[in-house]
Write a protein that binds this ligand. Structure first.
Ligand code: F6R
Ligand code: MG
Ligand code: MG
Length: 368
């Protein structure tokens, strides 16, 4: 069967700051999707990562479907009323437009969707992140899909032998989706040259070059492009199919051991290592750390198994300890140099006003 996976996520309010959604809010979103989606959806899974709620849906309506997007939009709208009634912080934060016009893209929520012929043993991973940006997936995807050190399948498996084609989006472009397709290993250095800039270039999707099958789709929204001003980081989500013509589950998750520095953390304005955490983890330290969850699913005729929580393991406890140390090491230098993001990525714009005011106070020293 042709199956569509739709992952739609939004921050519609959280307990005690930007920490996590309340139980009542989650219950409301879950009930809404279960009731209103009972005819439309084959199956669904709902959880949270920090202050973001993600709705994973399986169905046969294809990508960008008005009914599917409308269901998620209405679930978030209805949830926002609960968030407001409980006084949750940032109620409706990511619902940037008032009316729904057929597609949630450009309205605030993050979307990652793909349609494919379901394999007899379809395995995929759902990633959700918080307190960071879509480019946070650039390096892990580069390693998992283009580097035989992380993905020995590129050397060992004939079905991976021609490598993968990356579709990379320029997220600074506001007049549409500006995308370049580059294939590894042929264009490896071009891919690296773009992916080094996590704020501007973001992996949008990845396909197996030989078979053409889609392996990955990432959410790529830039909230400040939609709102016209900074309204928070675009905490990303991603779907990645695993095994056979794709990297093994282990090859896809392995690069998250690095804890690479990404934009995010407190006030979305710092560089901090990305920490792999267990499902439904809340924010814990300095409005962070930047979090990522990986849930592995099997799916048959659209019916999902329960998720296997990849980062819930003693191995990842050890990784988390190392990343905590790395986080604190960078935090100790506060606002200095690479600890904070560059001007164009800082939240709120307050620093620009401050510097403009200070600029008028500078005087040129006269030579004696
Ligand atoms: C980062 C984030 C938080 C807020 C901070 C201030 O993405 O969400 O660090 O920036 O808690 O929030 P406001 O400005 O809402 O008081
Ligand atoms: Mg928030
Ligand atoms: Mg968030």
């Amino acid at each position: 069967m042709k199956l569509t996976l739709s992952l739609i996520k939004a921050d519609i309010g959280a307990v005690g700051g930007h920490v996590r959604p309340s139980e009542a809010l989650l219950k409301c979103v879950k009930e809404f999707v279960a009731n209103e989606g009972s005819e439309l959806l084959i199956d669904h899974y709902i959880g949270f990562c920090g202050d973001d709620i993600h709705i994973l849906m399986t169905h046969e309506e294809g990508t960008n479907d008005k009914k599917i997007h409308g269901l998620a939009w209405e679930a978030f709208k209805t949830g926002t009323e609960v968030a407001k009634s409980q006084g949750l912080y940032g109620a409706g934060q990511d619902l940037l437009k008032d009316s729904f016009s057929g597609n949630v893209k450009g309205l605030g929520p993050g979307v990652a969707e793909m349609e494919f012929e379901e394999r007899p043993n379809e395995s995929f991973l759902m990633f959700a992140a918080d307190k960071t940006e879509p480019g946070a997936f650039n390096l892990p995807l580069y390693f998992a899909f283009a580097d035989p050190v992380y993905c020995p399948g590129l050397l060992l498996s004939p079905s991976l032998s021609e490598g993968f084609t990356f579709s990379i989006m320029d997220v600074n472009y506001t007049k549409g989706d500006r995308i370049v397709k580059l294939s590894a290993p042929k264009d490896l250095y071009d891919i690296a040259a773009l992916l080094r800039d996590n704020h501007r270039y973001v992996v949008e999707s990845i396909h197996n070059t030989k078979t053409g099958e889609q392996a990955v789709v990432c959410s790529t929204s830039r909230l400040h492009n939609i709102a016209g001003k900074y309204v928070g980081k675009d905490d990303p989500a991603m779907l990645a199919r695993a095994q056979q013509a794709f990297p093994a589950t282990g090859e896809i998750v392995a690069p998250f051991e690095i804890g690479h520095f990404v934009g995010g953390l407190c006030r979305g304005s710092h560089n901090a290592p990305l920490m792999p955490v267990k499902k439904n983890s809340q924010v814990a330290y300095f409005d962070g750390p930047p979090l990522v969850q990986a849930l592995a699913f099997s799916v048959k005729n659209g019916k999902l198994t329960e998720p296997a929580d990849i980062f819930d393991h003693p191995y990842w406890d050890w990784v988390r300890d190392k990343i905590s140390a790395k986080t604190v090491e960078m935090r100790r230098q506060g606002f200095s140099g690479p600890a904070m993001l560059g001007f164009e990525e800082l939240e709120y714009g307050g620093i620009t006003e401050r510097l403009e005011r200070l600029d008028t106070k500078f005087t040129v020293k006269k030579e004696r």
